[in-house]
Design a protein around this ligand. Structure first.
Ligand SMILES: [Zn+2]
Length: 287
């Protein structure tokens, strides 16, 4: 799943490639992916792209017609850029392509989604804040005003496990399962630590780890074409999706835990004082 750094990479790529181009066609092939009906999708045709922005994990393409094309790639969605858009007709329901956008210079992109569970979401709106997922977003952790005090205030009084809190888009925008694993590893902190119970030194460490991890990942993603972003993400991971491999910091074996709806990874020596965390799924099955 693309998270803030990969989405930022996509945004920068689209800004460089598509800004100033006119949308020549907008074709929806996965009907369920479009979440809005007014303005209609085809109202984008003939509009010039005036800007591309990121809101959390959402991409927002603004046009001079006043409409914004906003999309969220969800778990299995991706963007495929074409220097020359294929002329083939896409058959609805038989292709991973959910939406095709063509520009007046012959280039364009497809939004694709693998798998059977479809959750890629496209909106055409006059204001990005009309998208409920954007309206709900907490602050962006790399925004200028997001300082240590802002972060501390967000954690205050929350008796929530830090792993879940970092992923909660209404608290902090853009972080998902992968980067929360990386941030917690960099901060040498247990995923089960309660936000409200962190002391000042721990909040300092977590804040620094979050800013550094995300900034480094965005640097790695910047300037890469969309096709290379997934590999760049995988290469940058110290613990996420690396269960069984040695921790790059201490050499201990990286462990995996099933929690809530997903698997996550951590290093016992770096993060939990050597303690192996209980696998919630396993203990539930054994009851
Ligand atoms: Zn370690």
């Amino acid at each position: 799943m693309p998270e803030m750094p990969e989405v930022e990479g996509l945004v920068r790529y689209l800004r460089a490639r598509a800004e100033g181009l006119v949308i020549a066609k907008a074709r929806l092939t996965a009907i369920a992916a479009l979440k809005t009906y007014d303005p209609p999708l085809d109202s984008l045709e003939g509009s010039r792209v005036t800007g591309v922005e990121r809101h959390g994990k959402f991409v927002d393409i603004a046009t001079d017609g006043g409409a914004h094309l906003v999309f969220h790639l969800a778990k299995a969605g991706w963007l495929r850029w074409h220097e020359t858009l294929p002329a083939t007709v896409i058959k609805p329901g038989r292709s991973p392509i959910a939406l095709r956008i063509g520009f007046d210079d012959g280039s364009g992109f497809d939004l694709t989604e693998a798998g059977t569970k479809k959750s890629l979401a496209v909106s055409v709106v006059r204001d990005p804040a009309e998208v409920p997922g954007i309206a709900r977003l907490g602050p962006d952790p790399l925004a200028e005003g997001f300082d240590r005090a802002t972060f501390g205030a967000l954690l205050e009084g929350r008796r929530t496990q830090i792993k879940g809190l970092l992923r909660d888009q209404s608290v902090i925008a853009g972080i998902g399962n992968a980067y929360s694993d990386e941030i917690l590893h960099a901060a040498r902190m247990s995923p089960y630590a309660l936000a409200a119970k962190l002391d000042e030194a721990e909040v300092d460490r977590l804040y620094d780890a979050m800013r550094t991890t995300l900034a480094e990942a965005i640097d790695a993603a910047s300037g890469k074409p969309p096709a290379d972003l997934k590999d760049a993400k995988r290469r940058g991971m110290a613990v996420h999706a690396r269960a069984g491999e040695p921790c790059p910091v201490c050499g201990d074996t990286i462990r995996s835990v099933f929690f809530a709806d997903t698997d996550f990874q951590y290093c016992p020596t770096c993060q939990t004082g050597g303690k192996i965390l209980a696998d919630r799924r396993l203990s539930r099955l054994l009851k």
